[in-house]
Ligand binder design. Sequence first.
Ligand code: HAM
Length: 462
Amino acid sequence: MSEGAAKKEDKPRKFQAIRGTRDLLPPETALWNRVEQTAHEVFATFGFGEIRLPIVEEVELFARAVGQETDIVNKEMCTFPNPMRFSEFYRRLRESVSKGTNEMGTLTDLLPESEMISLRPEATAGVCRAYVEHNMQQLPQPVKLYTMGPMFRWERPQKGRYRQFYQIDAEVLGGTDAPAIDAEVIEMVMTLFERLGLEGVQLHINSIGDRNCRPKYVELLRAELQKVKDKLGADSQRRIETNPLRVLDSKLESEQKIIENLPRIGDHLCQDCATHYAAVKHELGLRGVKYQENWRLVRGLDYYMRTTFEITAKGLGSQNAVCGGGRYDGLVELLGGPPTKGIGFAIGEDRLILSLLETAHSPLATRHSPLLYIAWMGEKAYTTAIRAAKNLRNAGFRVELPPVEQKFGKALGQADKLGARFALILGDNEVSSGEWTLKTLADGKQEKLGESDLVEHLKKQL
Ligand code: HAM
């Protein structure tokens, strides 16, 4: 091998973020912070408190809450053995392989379910687990919680769809199932979107019944789907057995006409569900929240009953749902807690930001530039510069203090490149006279100022 080739091989390879994950960079992160800060503020005005959850939970929590047969649990979850039990897991795996059977069974044949861990694909299950774990049913009801952070679904990545994505999630647990609560939760997310200036916002609502009326409707739907089975695609054909409601979600062009002729849940709600749904719409009206009814809105998670909703926004292409939610009475009970009402939503923060960026909101490039660049030369000037930077930063100004000495010309060039508005020039003359020079970079204007006047002077300029 030639020396050149050897050198090439020795060069450490570069890494890239794992497919479907990405870095969020400045200046865009300033917009993320603004969105999150606004959510903290708006949710607080509705009486919500923040809960912070672990990113990992037992796989069984999601299987039970979200549903074993859902795409999320079945195909998209990131699950692994508890690292403390890795060696045991692999020993059993080797044993099972060496027995020569092709049947490896499921992962949980190799380790007990409680030792299998998943990266959370959503937050509702974790919030409900925490509600039960901390006996929150003993607090004044309902308990209103929100949380934000990364979720993980190993889907095929595309615009607006990532394997690590971020949600802002809110849940109301306990108390009554009064339709006013459904409406208020929806009003809250609409208020946030309005505050953020999100454009093209459309709210879609539906009721998918409860355990009284939905099973009968699902059977009816299944029977009707059987009649047209041959005309459906493979996914929908499979779903006739596993989850016929999900067929209504299909985006396949060839299935649209068929779906339009299927029986609609709205015509098959029991009296209680129909009354609840009518009241939710009335309550939305009282709050001035505009909505569209969409009988095909069934959602991809099993825990829902009655109210379901989705919100779409501009500039997102096919992945245009920026928020999804609904009522899930009974979920807490399913997770070992007392019978508890529940309703909530999750905003897809990545999509929210995408929509904001693609419409009115430029990437806030200027917000990141320093306001003031300190051009210093000489040892004495350096100590003064450190003191000046500290005082200015304490007053809230963005200050750039170069770590090594530069000629003034170079320093001013650098200040310009960074987009600073002012340069503070500190040389031996300035330090000994106590008269500092402040240069406005746009027009080159220079002013002489004493140290004590600088902060006030800058405040006036802004
Ligand atoms: P979801 O509809 O699965 O509901 O997700 C809510 C939102 O998260 C979606 O509308 C979308 O904006 C965003 N989202 C989902 N998957 C991805 C992805 N792969 N990439 C980017 N964004 C994504 C839930 O998660 C429920 N837990 C919502 C809820 C809370 N229901 C009641 N309480």
